[in-house]
Ligand binder design. Structure first.
Ligand code: GLV
Ligand code: MN
Ligand code: MN
Length: 415
């Protein structure tokens, strides 16, 4: 019997269901666990408890990332890392991030309980703020871990109420001035493997339960602040207006148009809009748009972003509004490591599980980890391809199968 047969299916199910209760609003409104809010912190403490019960050595870093260490027999050997995130989007589902987080812990617990020998230390990790829902940019915890943030970045990243991530960290007992200490040491890391739901429809449509990720698309997230002139909706003639919302509307449609035309894998979304003062009889004075443009090709993504920014300035000149650009996150796509891809595929073959190579349109913490180590990703199906919504669903048997593959892969990498 291999480690796959030793995974405690009921324990994994129980952990999954208990974590899903945190930040749960209703069937229609799903879950809300925005980073560094009480719900998300409660979820982190619950998961820390699971790590402790598994016998892992736990710690938070000063960015709120959570780690659980299972020491290997050779302290000099580089560590194998695995994990994901537990924050959600606004009105998100129960599966995004939690599946990979809990499966990594279950894998480590199974390895420990069964005394499976491993030279390499294995570390489960939960990265803070993988979602962009609060601070406008995603994968923040893993970006901090790979050393991409300076102290000043923590003042730059703000939520919609103007609370900076530095303030939110301090409110939760973390020290933003110690951002340097968060950085992981690449010379001590062998690899990072993340299990995740697919969030698209390819696996389900193909009837294949495991996706082996070969590349991960990357996002540019930016906010445009468009300022015009607030005024009376009845008394201001159309020729006198400087309406930032009408300018915003043009930009939103251009984001859609350029994404539809520039490349098959290019996607563009404006998912965040703040209109001030947001009153039916007031011409808005200011609008903030949150843009998300992604691609598997960096240059094409940059071309799409440049096109949108040039277009925005043209609209601004024509409509006599001003536009300020706040670049929040600008990442490059990454390929997963070929040897890890082969190992995941071979593991599926060994377990008699059908698998296929797949591209990730969603981003993940693995995208950042690729900058400092070899990465691999395992996908399990998402029913109807729905994610970032309360209807997000993956059958538990698929999650369990994913956890089995992950455990085998981690045990092999840590051998
Ligand atoms: C992360 O969840 C993303 O937006 O891809
Ligand atoms: Mn997500
Ligand atoms: Mn996710």
């Amino acid at each position: 019997m291999g480690i796959a047969d030793k995974i405690n299916k009921e324990r994994l199910r129980e952990h999954f269901e208990d974590l899903a209760k945190i930040g749960y609003i209703s069937e229609k409104e799903g879950n809300i666990r925005l980073p560094l809010t009480p719900a998300e912190r409660a979820a982190a403490e619950l998961v820390k408890g699971y790590m402790e019960s598994a016998g892992l050595e736990t710690r938070y870093d000063q960015f709120g990332n959570l780690f659980g260490l299972l020491p290997g027999s050779d302290p000099e050997a580089k560590k194998v890392m695995s994990g994901s995130h537990i924050d959600t989007v606004i009105n998100g589902g129960r599966f995004d991030g939690t599946v990979g987080t809990l499966s990594a812990i279950e894998a480590l617990q199974t390895i420990k309980e069964n005394g499976i020998p491993h030279k390499h230390t294995i570390e489960a990790c939960v990265f803070l703020s993988e979602e962009s829902a609060r601070f406008g940019g995603g994968t923040l915890g893993s970006q901090a871990y790979i050393g991409r943030f300076k102290r000043s970045d923590l003042d730059r990243l703000k939520d919609k109420d103007g609370v900076t991530i530095a303030q939110a960290l301090a409110e939760n007992g973390f020290d933003p001035d110690k951002i340097e200490s968060v950085k992981g040491d690449p010379s001590k890391i062998k690899c990072f493997v993340e299990l995740h739901i697919e969030q698209s429809i390819i696996l389900e449509e193909s009837g294949i339960p495991i996706g082996v990720v070969d590349q991960i698309a990357a996002p540019t997230n930016l906010r445009l602040t468009i300022k015009g002139r607030a005024g009376h909706a009845g008394a201001t003639p159309m020729w006198l207006r400087r309406d930032p919302f009408a300018a915003a509307a043009e930009i939103v449609l251009e984001v859609e148009r350029i994404a539809q035309t520039i490349g098959k894998e290019t996607v563009g979304t404006v998912g965040e809009v703040y209109v001030k003062p947001n009153a039916i009889n007031v011409i808005p004075g200011e609008v903030v748009l949150g843009l998300d443009i992604r691609d598997v090709t960096y240059d094409r993504k940059q071309a799409a972003v440049k096109h949108v920014l040039d277009f925005a300035q043209e609209v601004a000149a024509r409509r006599h509004v001003t536009i300020d650009v706040d670049m929040i996150v600008d990442l490059a796509p990454e390929k997963t490591n070929k040897d890890i891809v082969s190992l995941i595929s071979a593991t599926c073959d060994k377990l008699g599980i059908n698998h296929m190579n797949i591209t990730s349109g969603a981003y993940h913490d693995a995208l950042n980890m690729a900058a400092i180590t070899d990465i691999g990703m395992i996908f399990v199906p998402s029913i109807k391809g729905i994610s970032h919504a309360p209807e997000e669903f993956t059958p538990f048997d698929d999650i369990f199968r994913g956890a089995q593959v992950l455990a085998e892969v981690l045990a092999e990498l840590a051998k």
